[in-house]
Write a protein that binds this ligand. Structure first.
Ligand code: 3PG
Length: 209
């Protein structure tokens, strides 16, 4: 599972207002070469969107983001999510994900949170909010004491084509997350060709690292 999440090294962070956008968006990402989606539990459309993508696109690894409590974890898992993420570290949410058999990355931004996440059995951690929390410089500092443990980070928050290579060049970074190629305005306007173009551009930039 982790191998698949990390293969392309880019996780699009999606906010869907309308469940009818889910399938055309999945097609636009596939056309751009990306077979992974994080659908955030920030909208009422998230759960049904995950259900539709999981059943219609078995080739896509679909996950749920912004999982803030055990109820959302259960609903995300029942809808067919194959992985889950949260912006922060909540032991109850981690326990719910482990009970549901859901591969889960909690969010961290301090050494104490990294250690707490590791002690709860998590090894792939979302570093959020990446740019605001010190970005590449902070990740290099965290790599000092923690890289030898095998822990890896998926930074998210403020990542764009301008800085994604800086992040992906760090050995401690497994993948990056970002919303720019699935911008809400593009999704709501049904601008699938632009989403495909931005996806191809992002993958090319990642492949060049
Ligand atoms: C997230 O939830 O991971 C962030 O909202 C995505 O951050 P971005 O919009 O800055 O890419």
């Amino acid at each position: 599972m982790i191998e698949r999440i990390l293969a392309k090294r880019i996780v699009p962070v999606v906010v869907l207002d309308d469940v009818e956008s889910a399938e055309p968006l999945a097609e636009a990402l596939l056309a751009g070469g990306l077979d992974i989606m994080e659908i955030t539990f920030r909208t009422a459309a998230a759960e049904e969107s995950i259900r539709r993508i999981a059943s219609r696109f078995p080739e896509i690894l679909v996950g749920a983001g912004t999982l803030l409590n055990d109820d959302q974890v259960k609903r995300a898992a029942d809808a067919g999510s194959q992985f889950g993420l949260a912006p922060g570290l909540n032991p109850a949410t981690i326990a719910a994900a482990q009970n549901a058999g859901l591969t889960f990355s909690p969010g961290v931004m301090t050494p104490s949170e990294v250690e707490q996440a590791m002690s709860l059995g998590c090894t792939l951690l979302k570093f959020f909010p990446a740019e605001a929390a010190g970005g590449v410089k902070m990740l290099k500092s965290l790599a000092g004491p923690y890289a030898h443990t095998g822990v890896k980070f998926c930074p998210t928050g403020g990542i764009s084509p301008a800085n994604l290579a800086d992040y992906l060049s760090l050995p401690v970074v497994a993948a990056i997350g970002g919303s720019w190629m699935v911008d809400k305005k593009l999704v709501n306007a049904g601008n699938w060709t632009e989403i495909t173009r931005l996806t191809k551009q992002a993958l090319a930039a990642a492949a060049a690292v």
